[in-house]
Design a protein around this ligand. Structure first.
Ligand code: PRX
Length: 632
């Protein structure tokens, strides 16, 4: 395959070339895409001006590269095998030529609803084929998709819709998720009470559950699609035109809408997929993520399709009807490349061994993980029980902001080291810094992980708030992109990600900002103030706990927990539920009033000898009181 690193030497050559001859390195790769017009300049801008542009002056459309060229060259090749939540419901196959027609129909539906280039289209759906098709259709007509994960609440959905001023929302009646049914349309209806920007709702019939349709606003998507033409010319997009917005949590404030643009993102999704996974023509790729997260964007909607691969798309969950679902599905379709999250691995490891042992799994060639650090036990289990010690594991480190994988083993090409993401991909120049912002050179080293120069896939801005973008990522270490993660580098330059060093918690691979959770907890009528931290959890990696100051010190934490959780489900969604609450008389604060979560984390971990200097706190006496409360 063109420009795929196939040996360690070639990886080294590519890496050096990407650093030293950046322009020609990327220009060669850009030439493998189809363009309406060639770019003028490969890359411009930097981490000081924050006006990064890739392939500026060029014009293309990501869907001609993901669909049309394969529909022309390999029309009958399978693009998508869709596996339902219910193992007894028949699977659906789409060849590249069929997928293109479906995308064209959806594109025409959007156009007929008045969606124009640049408009924001919000998707709040489950993993039905129409989600993937709709996302591609949005890109085809030059509109901007904003997919909201179907597990978020009405309030969270409304916040995201309003932030990006979406004029249309696409949902399904209800979602199947294991043995649960999620009333997506009802939740959408509730969200839309506070979203004046939305004029149209398209609803896909999936479960045939009862929903109410508002005249003048809501229409059934199935009928519109069936009657739409299968021809639709792709919109001509400038390289830097926005492709999508995706919301993610940070250490402060409400979720941020990261905006990715057309050509750079296309390059990054495509190149990283090709080099990391190393799929060949007959391989079957399966990324088990939801398209509501960045992993689903880059390694379902775009990366595999840009490379003309065949992939499985799965509507269900790993543990339903039983804990053998992933393994049976791998056998059913002879999946060769399987990409999932450590949380899912740990959850399945905790189930009876027979589920994985009864499966054949001999089709597997490569395994991948993403989203959070993987512990050794889970890594070994994945390697032995699933990969039969025969499949390289690619531990891929990246973020919503990075657009695609940044640090990873290239399967079968560069070394695998358990629990290590290992080496940066070509184009990625990393740096570890100490807390003063000084680069730590030499190996081994440990520090905060930064990126030194722009790569094609970096999000260009936070939608509507470029200053927040600067502040969040480029102000801690001016001139560098700060990831928010800590990392170790070994003697040979291999990276191991140690986790977030800011106030972001990774619960079951989902990013949650402690500030958003606190905002919701503090609305509880019995709570004055709270501080939320992440604590270790056997399966979810981390889970949330709150230290709360109640109006009445006699309040009972166990009794408060369910009502606080109801509030969190309402404000954010089930992923934000607390594991426990500890009632405290006060919170440790700096003189400027900031909560010192570091102290709380140490108290929660019972690492009392590592509290550090607490004498500078505004209220140092509170520390002993919190320790006492924790012990109760
Ligand atoms: O802390 C890192 C963790 O997930 C964060 C990014 O979350 P999100 O934007 O939701 O994207 C997740 C999917 C790409 C990172 O800051 N993370 C991601 N991958 C890994 C990881 N931590 C350790 N190892 C990984 N492979």
């Amino acid at each position: 395959m063109k420009f795929r690193a196939e040996s360690i030497n070639q990886y080294n050559e590519f890496y050096t070339e990407s650093m030293e001859q950046t322009e020609s390195y990327w220009a060669k790769r850009a030439e493998t895409f189809e363009w309406f017009k060639q770019w003028d300049e490969v890359v411009s801008g930097n981490f000081n001006d924050l006006n990064v542009k890739w392939f500026d002056g060029g014009q293309t459309n990501i869907t001609i590269n993901a669909l049309d060229r394969h529909a022309k060259n390999t029309p009958d090749k399978l693009a998508i095998i869709w596996e339902s939540n219910d193992p007894n419901e028949e699977e659906i196959y789409f060849t590249y030529s069929q997928l293109l027609k479906k995308v064209n129909q959806f594109s025409n539906v959007l156009k007929n609803q008045g969606v124009r280039k640049g408009d924001r289209v919000c998707f709040y759906m489950s993993m039905v084929p129409e989600l993937l098709i709709g996302v591609l259709a949005t890109a085809r007509i030059g509109a901007v998709h904003s997919v909201v994960f179907g597990g978020f609440s009405a309030k969270a959905l409304a916040g995201r819709i309003n932030d990006c001023d979406a004029k249309i929302v696409i949902t399904n009646d209800e979602a199947y998720r294991g043995d649960k049914i999620i009333p997506l349309k009802n939740i959408t209806d509730n969200a839309l009470e506070d979203t004046p920007c939305v004029k149209t709702v398209l609803c896909l019939e999936r479960t045939k559950g009862k929903v109410s349709m508002q005249a003048g606003r809501d229409q059934w998507l199935n009928e519109l699609l069936a009657n739409a033409s299968t021809e639709c010319e792709p919109e001509v997009m400038n390289s830097e035109d926005p492709l999508f917005i995706l919301y993610t949590s940070g250490s402060t404030g409400q979720p941020k809408g990261l905006q990715h643009t057309t050509a750079g993102y296309m390059m990054w999704a495509s190149e990283t997929y090709k080099n990391v996974f190393q799929t060949d023509d007959d391989d079957i790729f399966w990324c088990s993520a939801d398209i509501g997260w960045i992993t689903g964007h880059s390694y379902i909607s775009y990366g595999p399709l840009l490379n003309g691969s065949t992939q499985v798309m799965f509507e269900g969950v790993p543990t339903w009807p039983d804990a053998g679902r992933f393994w049976k599905t791998i056998d059913k379709y002879k999946v060769t490349h399987f990409y999932t999250a450590p949380t899912a691995i740990r959850a399945l490891e905790a189930c009876e061994a027979k589920f994985v042992e009864e499966a054949n799994l001999s089709s597997l060639k490569v395994l991948g993980t993403v989203g959070e650090p993987i512990n050794e036990e889970a890594w070994n289990w994945y390697n032995e029980k699933v990969g039969k010690k025969n499949c390289p594991i690619v531990d891929t480190w990246w973020q919503t902001e990075t657009g695609g994988i940044m640090v990873s083993t290239l399967a079968g090409v560069t070394p695998v080291i358990p629990c290590h993401a290992t080496l940066p991909l070509p184009g990625v120049e990393l740096m570890l810094v100490d807390t003063d912002g000084k680069e730590i050179s030499g190996n081994p080293a440990e520090g905060n992980l930064c990126v030194k120069r722009p790569w094609p896939g970096i999000a260009r801005t936070i939608y509507g708030d470029h200053e927040r973008y600067r502040q969040t990522y480029f102000s801690t270490y001016p001139g560098y992109y700060f990831t928010g993660d800590g990392a170790k580098r070994d003697e040979n330059g291999n990276y191991r990600i140690t986790g977030r060093v800011d106030d972001v918690v990774n619960v079951a691979g989902h990013r949650i900002g402690t500030a958003e959770v606190e905002d919701a907890v503090n609305e509880h009528k019995e709570i004055v103030e709270s501080a939320v931290i992440g604590i270790p959890h056997d399966i979810k990696g981390e889970t949330l706990m709150a230290f709360a100051i109640p109006f009445k010190q006699s309040a009972n934490a166990k009794e408060l927990l369910p009502t606080v959780n109801t509030l969190l489900v309402d404000h954010i969604g089930p992923i934000a539920k607390l594991e426990k609450i500890v009632i405290v008389p006060g919170l440790p604060k700096t003189r400027s009033g900031k909560i010192m979560r570091r102290v709380l984390r140490k108290i929660a971990a019972n690492e009392l000898d590592k509290l550090g200097d607490t004498s500078t706190l505004l209220n140092p006496e509170i520390v002993d009181e919190i320790i006492a409360a924790m012990k109760k």
